[in-house]
Every structure is written in structure tokens, then in C-alpha cells.
Design a protein around this ligand. Structure first.
Ligand SMILES: NC(=O)c1ccc[n+]([C@@H]2O[C@H](COP(=O)([O-])OP(=O)(O)OC[C@H]3O[C@@H](n4cnc5c(N)ncnc54)[C@H](OP(=O)(O)O)[C@@H]3O)[C@@H](O)[C@H]2O)c1
Length: 289
């Protein structure tokens, strides 16, 4: 039989977990949130009447407790539940933060519970889910062995693929996710601003760049990031990079530092590709420093 679960913090991730865990055959033990209405809304969807705005009223009877409050409230919420003997003996306590490790749940040890984190590598923008947002995604897990074991089973039952991390690696793991997602947005916005300077309307900028972006992603998938590098730095074309910098410096001086920094790190990739002579690599490094 699958374990019972409680959700504390019935927002976007809590709601998705509640709905799809219930559909996967896990028994809802109860739902708690800061406002009773959030807890009740989710409980109604999964036909449960176990709701409260006091977390330990619903967590005591659960085998697995998800603390899906905002990151800033996880540690304190866990402490409050622990102080009120709100975790059952051997309960599994999990949070879903990408940035925090399971160490923020250490207070649950006073209840003899096992702690872990289970981060769905997905963006949850809405609390209403027709399709399972866990299907096909990576779920990154770390923590104490019994918690990791259950979290892996849960991830698989939700349709995701579990990846285990070392607890001490959690911050760098999250920095990587931020670079891949948030900084990709920054990079595309940067490219869109430059193409606008070239006379293209802002509303058309993304559509114009999209085939190039998609082609690059496809190349990275096929041959890896290093081999996918093309363009002036990969060709060792110092003059073109110099011209870009002069033009950006004159038309958009506010964007020059970012262009140079990206160029500086791109030269490292070109150097590893071994297609540009050492002297040109040095010159590219000098002009982008
Ligand atoms: N959103 C994403 O894309 C995403 C992706 C991966 C992981 N995560 C992680 O998932 C967790 C939840 O994020 P979210 O986006 O679902 O946040 P959210 O939509 O803001 O939901 C958080 C919920 O917790 C309730 N809450 C706030 N403080 C509380 C407290 N002290 N005690 C009990 N409930 C409290 C909120 O208030 P009400 O009860 O008033 O509604 C809300 O329903 C975070 O750890 C986040 O890092 C989020």
C-alpha cells in the first residue's frame, strides 16, 4: 500500500503534488496552509475533508509530509510542527525547494522523522492543473536514506525521473538551474536589444532570433556545447569581435560589459575546441578583458 501524505502550504507546487499524488494512489491525510481557504480548495479537489490552518493538526497522521510553503517559511514551519510533536515516528518530511537542502528540516529529528528534499525541475505557474506537470521532468532528491528512498518512489509514481544529489551540492545545483533558465532569458533579452538597435521592432525580435536559438539548442543536443560553438570567436576572427565591441560601445555602451564578459568565457570554449591558434586566443582574451 502506498504511504499517506499531508501537504503544508497549498500553493502552486503543493496543489500539483496533492492532486497528482492522490491520482497516483497515495492517500491524502490532510492539507494545511496559512489561509484555510487554500487548504480547503485543494482538499475539495481530492475529496478530502482533513483541512486546517494549524499544520500539526493534519501532519500527525501522515507517513509523508510535504512542506511546500515559500522557501523563507520552510525552516520555521518545520520547527513549529516539531515543537508540537506534529510528525509521527519515522515519518518522511520533504520540502521542494531547489535552493535549500534538507538540513533546514533538522528540527524534525526531535520527532524521530527522516528528512529530505525533492525538487521538481519545472516551472509551476498556476495552481490549476489539467495535465500532470511532473510527467517527464527531472526530480532532484537529497537527504537521509529512508527519505531519499521514498522520494524516489514518489518521483517515479508522479511520472518524473529521480536524480540524487549530495546534500552539500544543493546550492551549486540550484545555481546551475538558474543559469540554464533565468540567465537564458537574460541572454535572449540581450540579443533582442542588440537586434533592435539594428532597426528590428521589439515585437519581431524574438521570432527573428528563434530559428537560430532552436538550431543552436539542437546542435548542442547532437554534438555537445563545446563542439556546437560557431561564429567569430570559434573562427579566431579578432577583427569582427573588435568591430562588434566598437559599435556596441558607441550605440549601446550599457551592453558592452555583458558582451565582453560573454566573449571572454566563449574564448575558453574556443580554446578547448583547439581550432584557433594560441596567439589568436591570447589576443581574443586581451580584447574581451
Ligand atoms: N513555483 C515553481 O515554479 C517552483 C518550482 C520548483 C520548486 N518550487 C518550490 O516549491 C515550494 C512552494 O513554492 P510555490 O511556488 O508553490 O509557492 P506558492 O505558490 O507561493 O505557495 C506557497 C503556499 O504556502 C502558503 N504559506 C505561506 N506561508 C505559510 C506558512 N507559514 N505556513 C503554511 N502555509 C504557508 C501560501 O499561502 P496561502 O495559504 O495564503 O495560500 C501558499 O499557498 C518552494 O519551496 C519553491 O521553492 C517552486
Amino acid at each position: 500500500m502506498k504511504p499517506s501524505f499531508a501537504i503544508v502550504g497549498c500553493g502552486k507546487v503543493g496543489a500539483a503534488l496533492g492532486i497528482f499524488l492522490a491520482r497516483a494512489g497515495y492517500t491524502p491525510a490532510g492539507f494545511a496552509s496559512r489561509s484555510l481557504s487554500s487548504a480547503k480548495h485543494l482538499a475539495d479537489i481530492v475529496f478530502s475533508d482533513q483541512v486546517s490552518d494549524i499544520p500539526w493538526h493534519v501532519t500527525r497522521s501522515a507517513n509523508v509530509v510535504f512542506l511546500t510553503t515559500p522557501d523563507s517559511a520552510i525552516e520555521e514551519t518545520c520547527s513549529l510542527i516539531s515543537q508540537n510533536a506534529g510528525f509521527s515516528d519515522q515519518a518522511i518530511v520533504l520540502h521542494c525547494s531547489g535552493a535549500l537542502s534538507s538540513s533546514v528540516l533538522s528540527s524534525a529529528k526531535t520527532c524521530n522523522a527522516w528528512t529530505g528534499s525533492m525538487h521538481p525541475l519545472q516551472s509551476f505557474a498556476s495552481a490549476g492543473y489539467r495535465n500532470n506537470p511532473f510527467k517527464g521532468i527531472i526530480v532532484s532528491i537529497e537527504g537521509e536514506d529512508p527519505a531519499v528512498k521514498i522520494a524516489k518512489a514518489i518521483a517515479a509514481d508522479l511520472g518524473g525521473t529521480a536524480v540524487t544529489l549530495l546534500t552539500e551540492a544543493k546550492t551549486l545545483y540550484h545555481a546551475s538551474a538558474v543559469a540554464a533558465s533565468n540567465y537564458l532569458v537574460t541572454l535572449i533579452d540581450f540579443a533582442a536589444q542588440l537586434i533592435q538597435e539594428a532597426g528590428i521592432d521589439r515585437k519581431d525580435a524574438f521570432n527573428l532570433l528563434k530559428p537560430l536559438i532552436e538550431g543552436t539548442l539542437s546542435n548542442i543536443e547532437k554534438v555537445g556545447a563545446r563542439e556546437a560553438l560557431t561564429g567569430p570567436i570559434a573562427r579566431g576572427d579578432v577583427q569582427t569581435v573588435q568591430k562588434h565591441m566598437e559599435e556596441i560601445g558607441s550605440k549601446r555602451p550599457d551592453l558592452l560589459a555583458l558582451y565582453k564578459l560573454l566573449g571572454f568565457y566563449t574564448v575558453d570554449i574556443a580554446a578547448k575546441k583547439n581550432t584557433v591558434p594560441e596567439s589568436i586566443i591570447k589576443e581574443l582574451k586581451r580584447i574581451t578583458t
